[in-house]
Ligand binder design. Structure first.
Ligand SMILES: C[S@@+](CC[C@H](N)C(=O)[O-])C[C@H]1O[C@@H](n2cnc3c(N)ncnc32)[C@H](O)[C@@H]1O
Length: 269
């Protein structure tokens, strides 16, 4: 297996991936409000062959597989612990037309033109060379094949940004500029995708409610353990208590609910 994103491979096969695999239900509660918009944008038909890039624990892979009931879906990811979780959840839900492969999407030897659509829920923001990586995904699509993915918008546009602003002296440093926020500027997204050979690129802002926990304390504990927060703020004194205080205003109906926006990006080969 050829890996060029070695730092990411270490992270997603280490703490980060173990945490996501161990808390798959909680990460899905955070992100699943975006699923319908993503899957609609990908316009998956019953016979389609679909690629889920950076599929993680595979919730979107399974949902895509239900839409492509007579087709098939391949989830690709760097993370062995998350792929193990994805396989066991697909088996538990008796999803038989989904398969999972470990690989670096930037260089993975996908079959040329092997897919009608490629999707990703927040799995395409971590490439060292995004033009090369999206070029590889484009190669995997047939002519006219569809790309649809979600990427994070800037923190200031989300309740999470307000939480970090209340809890940390430098909120912008909590998530950092590479990684999760690397595709938060639609101008950059357009340039990268066109550079990779895609056409008809559009970025639309979509909104969803994210459920981070039962109450502020529970959500703060989970958020403090989220990789970027642990990495950038983990050593700060009292961060758990500060996050809990910042999350309390968002407690509603038995949960902590944050309003979140994302870019829904579409393009064609
Ligand atoms: C934020 S998680 C999202 C996971 C999943 N799509 C979801 O919505 O729950 C990012 C995922 O991208 C994967 N990833 C990061 N870089 C990758 C690469 N170069 N090739 C394949 N997967 C990658 C990580 O292993 C991780 O599973």
């Amino acid at each position: 297996m050829r890996i060029v994103n070695t730092g990411q491979a270490e992270a997603w096969n280490g703490y980060e991936g173990e945490h996501w695999a161990g808390h798959h239900d909680r990460y899905d509660a955070v992100n699943s409000g975006f699923n319908d918009a993503l899957l609609e944008a990908a316009a998956i038909g019953p016979r389609d062959r679909v690629l889920d890039v950076g599929c993680g624990n595979g919730q979107v892979t399974r949902l895509a597989a239900r839409r492509a009931a007579s087709g098939e879906v391949l989830g690709v990811d760097l993370s062995a612990p998350m792929l193990a979780r994805a396989r066991s959840l697909a088996e538990r839900e008796d999803v038989r037309n989904a398969a999972f492969e470990q690989g670096d999407a930037q260089v993975h030897p996908f079959p040329d033109g092997g897919f009608d659509a490629a999707v990703s829920r927040f799995g395409v923001m971590f490439f060292a060379d995004p033009v090369a990586a999206f070029g590889n995904v484009r190669r995997a699509l047939r002519d006219g094949g569809r790309l649809a993915f979600l990427s994070m918008t800037g923190l200031a546009e989300n309740d999470l940004g307000a939480v970090f602003a209340a809890a940390a002296p430098r909120p912008e440093a909590v998530v950092g500029h590479g990684g999760p926020l690397s595709l938060s500027d639609p101008g950059d997204v357009q340039e990268i995708l066109e550079g990779a050979g895609f056409r008809d690129v559009t970025c639309r802002r979509v909104e969803a409610e994210q459920v981070w926990g039962r109450d502020a304390r529970d959500a703060a504990e989970f958020l403090a353990a989220w990789g970027p927060v642990r990495h950038n703020l983990g050593q700060a004194d009292g961060i758990g208590a500060a996050l809990a205080d910042a999350l309390r205003p968002f407690e509603r109906d038995g949960a902590v609910r944050l309003r979140s926006t994302a870019w829904l990006v579409r393009a064609r080969r």
